[in-house]
Design a protein around this ligand. Sequence first.
Ligand SMILES: C[S@@+](CC[C@H](N)C(=O)[O-])C[C@H]1O[C@@H](n2cnc3c(N)ncnc32)[C@H](O)[C@@H]1O
Length: 228
Amino acid sequence: MHDRDATPTPLDRTGRRAIAQRYPGRLWRGYAHGKLAGDPVYAAAAALLAGAAPHPVLDIGCGLGLLGQYLHQCGLLHGYLGIDLDARRIEAGRIAAAALAPPPLRLECGDATQLPAFHGHVAMLDVLHYLPAAGQAALLRTAAARLAPEGVLLIRNVLREPNWRFHATRVEEWFLRVSGQMRVGAQHYPAADEMRATLEPLGLSVTIRPLRGRTPFNSYLVVARRPG
Ligand SMILES: C[S@@+](CC[C@H](N)C(=O)[O-])C[C@H]1O[C@@H](n2cnc3c(N)ncnc32)[C@H](O)[C@@H]1O
């Protein structure tokens, strides 16, 4: 059993800036800095993993690898493999990883529907809704199969609910798609019950709580733990 109360202090401005400076070009650096400053998901993930077993992390749809950089900066990384469809983001993430010696992060171009072999914790931050409903259930099962004993499956996603936050999220996704910032479009927003219905029969204990920070979006943190 690991100490679940060992919550690290969120990275301060200096720590966030150190990460952002590793990325190539003003645009990626600005994006990384803004995202780390405004999105509470990285600090929430660090808090969870600080109290979890010291396993490596498979980050599905890793984008720039910001989660790996954040965990490394907090001294909480025990190995990291990030995979993403978007070659531009992987390339920028590799350059940032190479700024650390020896590079503690591995980033690979790949599709979430074809996960590599892995054993540890698994993260999926804002990725699930880019897959169709059936693809999501299949991905949750293959991700769960990669959890080590006491492994944590950490998912942040917008959940489908009849409220204005959900509609604000759909407008934002439409903008990301038409502006070319996202190469794939949203396909299906899961409901909380759908997530539980897939994860709990796999023997995982599931908790779901809002994680929006100061954004208007309907984001939740779903944590599924494999018993020891
Ligand atoms: C909103 S971004 C989140 C990036 C990262 N998880 C983070 O929190 O910084 C969503 C990412 O999912 C990736 N993605 C979407 N569908 C994917 C798939 N089928 N396989 C791998 N990556 C995918 C996109 O390329 C994009 O980088």
